[in-house]
Write a new protein. Sequence first.
Length: 200
Amino acid sequence: MIGYLEGEVIYTEAGKIILEINGVGYELELAGFKKQPSVGEEIEVYTYTYVREDALKLFAFPERMGKDLFEILITVNGIGPSAGLNIINTMPASRFISAIMQKNEEVLKEISGIGPKTAQRLILELQGKLEDFAYLQNLNDRKEEVNNIDEDRQDVVDALTALGYKISEINRALREVEFEAQQNVSEKIRLVLSHLGKER
């Protein structure tokens, strides 16, 4: 499977480009690009390979986040690559995720081809998956602002995910547990573990 490409754009049309790499041209369908790449431009993209008996397509994303969200979208029953591409090209990822988490069908229906039933299905099937996804993205966005408390929190998350807990349940526990200033990371992990044990 092709996951990443870097090369020169040698052809472009609405929503598509051909990227030349070492004498081979890859036709890519664009997802999440703010502007159409120009001929002669050197770009790098993350790609998703779609393979069926009668089709082979490469979808290109400017950032890894877009590809990851796309792969989550197409796990929804009735949402194929074309519908996933439409969602990503129509609405910013942050607004889409917010609509899912807030169960806001009206915002989702702003996307062409999504009616009430599809909006409900997206909310039902994606809430848990996007809770984890949004949490991870939020951590990445805040890397430069991390303080000691956040570092301890990340250590707790890393330790508990290594034990097999889901990020969504760890995050819920962290919202409900109160830490004391003098507690070290090990003590915080034990406290969250104790809380998780009560929930199960």
